[in-house]
Design a protein around this ligand. Structure first.
Ligand SMILES: [Zn+2]
Length: 106
């Protein structure tokens, strides 16, 4: 297992996993449990979801695949917002709550 990506949020982590799996590279998302604890624990690399490639020998291939993704990755602008429905915090680039799908207020 090798960590190849640190995501801004669980949605992004799943997106990356999907990119890898569609290329036939088995991958796993970790750290989404901790995401729910945000607000209770300090935010940092330890609380960000991560994507792991199961087969170390394919990590390089996976990173090459993600090079395009990283380049097109949206720049985070503005402030994170709180979902009026479930209270989860979503990153500013999202227009819907990552958890329940409620639209961003305003
Ligand atoms: Zn929500």
């Amino acid at each position: 297992m090798r960590k190849i990506f640190t995501a801004n949020n669980p949605t992004e982590a799943e997106l990356v996993r999907g990119i890898l799996e569609s290329a036939g590279i088995a991958a796993e998302v970790k750290g989404t449990d901790l995401w729910g604890a945000r607000g209770e624990v300090p935010v940092g690399p330890d609380t960000d979801p991560t994507v792991w490639v199961e087969d170390d020998s394919r990590a390089e291939e996976a990173q090459a695949l993600l090079a395009d993704f990283n380049r097109d990755r949206p720049t985070v602008q503005g402030a994170a917002w709180t979902c009026p429905q479930c209270g989860e915090i979503s990153e500013p680039q999202f227009t819907e709550c990552w958890k329940c799908g409620t639209g961003r207020p305003g």
